[in-house]
Design a protein around this ligand. Structure first.
Ligand code: GLY
Length: 371
């Protein structure tokens, strides 16, 4: 019986499948076995995920004759650092990883980005497989081959494009996700509707709350639709020469908010993306590109599922518009000193613009609660 959907990321000889369904973790060994060059894998995970999911993965690998060593890292964004990258690579080398070995990233975006980056540079590149266990990782970071660590100059500034050989998104793992993290990932789901799929946004308006509350059919459809949308964009523009940058809707604003809150738990990445997406709509309305009713719909939907929609959502931070604009100027998407924004002509009609006037930016931030 087929218990999963398959999304293909078409990248020539580097193409791979994203499997989405229930029970994939327990069946992981049989999905992984055919693509291994050697029956030996190195699982990278963290100390939140290991107690929940590591044993079931290890058992499935063993049942399929695959030997496995696990490396458990501290959970949290601080782990995406030079220090932990070095520790991980040294641990892999001291366990005699070989060119034909495969790394498995079991966890959320931090584990996926760090393990993927380690895979891209260890022995000049080994294969890796993503087993994302958060909604954000299932719908965004595990698909498309972006790997990275953070530096003192900002997030994701050192990394590689290195595509995984397979992605296994087990919807069941989302059951153990705290609601706050689920919602942060949900903002990235909504993003696909906002970029180019108004029907999907309409579907989410009807099903978002049930998904949040645990509806598995809804979760599966949302993850499959998101992965298909991402696969299409990555296939068309793997290295972000153009279209892939649309995936940054809400991110230029969102990253500035994350920088201002010190990349702390005060604001999760997806929460920043939610507020940032609202700001992108509000800015688009301000400059006469987008009907105000579309922006109001996005506000209403985020509020209905329980996501923050403005800076007033975060008490105790004194937001200053000029400082936020300064953070935006440090974003790695700045080209020739000009910031790139994803603006919208409406829900499902996103496009890239480098022509945002500073005054419009400042006023948008002020309308959201900055001084
Ligand atoms: N998360 C944006 C991208 O993968 O391009």
């Amino acid at each position: 019986m087929i218990t999963h959907d398959t999304v293909r990321v078409e990248l020539g000889e580097r193409s791979y499948d994203v499997l989405v369904g229930e029970g994939l973790l327990a069946q992981a060994g049989s999905h992984i076995s055919p693509i291994l060059k050697q029956n030996r894998v190195f699982v990278v995970t963290d100390d939140n995920v290991a107690p929940l999911h590591l044993e079931i993965l290890e058992r499935s690998l063993e049942d399929n004759g695959i030997s496995c060593e696990a490396f458990v890292l501290p959970a949290g964004d601080q782990t995406k650092s030079f220090e932990h990258l070095q520790k991980l690579i040294n641990a892999l080398l001291s366990h005699k990883i070989e060119r034909n070995s495969t790394i498995i990233a079991l966890g959320g975006g931090v584990v996926g980005d760090l393990a993927g980056f380690a895979a891209s540079i260890t022995l000049r590149g080994v294969d890796y497989i993503q087993i994302p266990t958060t909604l954000l990782a299932q719908v965004d970071s595990s698909v498309g081959g972006k790997t990275a660590i953070n530096t003192e100059h900002g997030k994701n500034l050192v990394g590689m494009f290195h595509q995984p050989r397979l992605v296994l998104a087990d919807i069941g793992t989302l059951d153990s996700l705290p609601q706050r993290e689920f919602l942060a990932g949900y903002a990235e789901v909504v993003k696909y509707g906002l970029i180019n799929d108004p029907d999907f946004f309409g579907w989410l308006e009807g099903h978002g709350a049930a998904m949040r509350d645990g509806n598995r059919d809804g979760r599966r459809k949302a993850v499959v639709t998101s992965c298909q949308a991402k696969a299409d964009i990555v296939a068309a523009d793997e290295r972000e020469a153009g279209q892939r940058a649309l995936l940054n809707l809400g991110h230029t604003f969102g990253h500035a908010l994350e920088a201002e809150t010190g990349y702390s738990d005060m604001l999760l990445h997806g929460e920043g993306v939610a507020i940032g997406s609202i700001m992108a709509f509000d800015l688009s309305v301000r400059v006469g590109l987008c009907p105000s009713e579309d922006a109001a719909r996005v506000h209403r939907h985020f509020a209905a599922v329980g996501l923050g929609t403005g800076l007033d959502h975060l008490q105790g931070v004194s937001w200053r518009a000029e400082i936020l604009v300064d953070h935006m100027g440090r974003d790695k998407k700045v080209r020739d000193g000009r910031m790139t924004f994803v603006l919208v002509k409406g829900i499902g009609e996103a496009f890239l613009s480098q022509d945002v006037a500073p005054d419009d930016l400042i006023q948008t931030l002020k309308d959201s609660g900055a001084s």
